[in-house]
Design a protein around this ligand. Structure first.
Ligand code: ZN
Length: 158
């Protein structure tokens, strides 16, 4: 349980009319938020789902958005942030596509991860902001899926 670290401009930011719920920290409209937090005590406290079950439901406000920037500025909120992005087993999907696309059905997990790390190193040498290996794998996986879709279309045509 933690007090919402409200930004001094929260009231000003959230007063502007918007079709989106405001971020609980800064009050700016959060469209398509990736993270939600469970508000309690009329909105002054952020709780975990377990804590919410123990508390008086009268103060339960349910889920509200937490902007990604505000989560970065407040790492203490991490344990409370509920990621709305569909959880994919990206490692397994990446390994699957690596084995199919690279034609090595028996490639061990270590070879697959080495491939991902090589890609990450190459990408990061071009970028000021180092990229997370999960993001690198996710992007490469999408690229492989596209390639396979193109190949599939091609074989259907000819
Ligand atoms: Zn915010």
């Amino acid at each position: 349980m933690i007090t919402v670290p409200k930004h001094p401009d929260y009231s000003k930011n959230s007063a502007k009319p918007s079709e989106h719920y405001p971020c609980v920290v800064c009050g700016k409209p959060a469209s398509n938020p990736r993270y939600m937090v469970h508000l309690h005590n009329g909105g002054s406290t952020i709780v975990t789902e377990d804590e919410a079950e123990q508390l008086d439901p009268a103060g339960d406000m349910s889920l509200y958005p937490l902007g990604s920037d505000c989560l970065k500025k407040h790492p203490e909120l991490k344990p409370y942030a509920q990621d709305q992005r569909v959880k994919l087993d990206w490692k397994a999907l990446y390994a699957d596509l690596y084995r199919q696309t690279c034609g090595d059905e028996r490639a061990p997990e270590s070879a697959v991860m080495d491939d991902a790390r090589r890609r990450q190193e190459v990408l990061n040498s071009y970028k000021n902001e180092p990229e997370d290996i999960e993001d690198v794998m996710e992007r490469q996986r999408l690229h492989w899926e596209d390639r396979r879709a193109i190949e599939r279309d091609y074989t259907q045509l000819y």
